[in-house]
Design a protein. Structure first.
Length: 109
C-alpha cells in the first residue's frame, strides 16, 4: 500500500498500479533497491507526475509525466506520484486517477 506512513511501499522490480483519488493525495514508493528504467503510464486528465528523489534533501527531483515518461531509476531512493499542482484528483471521473509504474531493463527510447 503506497499510502502507508513513512517511506511507503518498496518497489524494486515489475510493475505497480496506483490511483490518485483525492486532492493533495500522493503515493510514495521506496526505490532505493530498484535498478533499470522506470516508465509511467497514465492517460487521464490530471497533470500527473512521478518525481524521483535522490535523497531526503533533494530539492530538484527528476520528473516523469505522460509525455516524458521514462528515466533511469538510479540513483533515486524515493518516488512520489502526484498531481503536479496538487490541485486536481480523479475520484469523480472513472479511472482518471489510475496510473501504472513499470521497472524494466529495457532502455528508454
Amino acid at each position: 500500500n503506497p499510502k502507508a506512513k513513512g517511506e511507503g511501499c518498496g518497489m524494486s522490480a515489475g510493475s505497480k498500479t496506483g490511483a490518485i483519488e483525492f486532492v493533495g493525495e500522493f503515493d510514495r514508493y521506496n526505490v532505493a533497491s530498484a535498478t533499470g528504467y522506470l516508465r509511467l503510464t497514465y492517460a487521464g486528465p490530471l497533470d500527473l507526475v512521478a518525481l524521483l528523489y535522490n535523497g531526503p534533501g533533494d530539492a530538484s527531483p527528476r520528473a516523469l509525466d505522460p509525455v516524458m515518461n521514462c528515466a533511469p531509476v538510479s540513483p533515486a531512493t524515493l518516488l512520489v506520484v502526484r498531481d503536479r499542482g496538487l490541485a486536481r484528483a480523479g475520484f469523480d471521473e472513472e479511472g482518471s486517477g489510475r496510473y501504472t509504474l513499470e521497472l524494466s531493463s529495457t532502455p528508454c527510447p
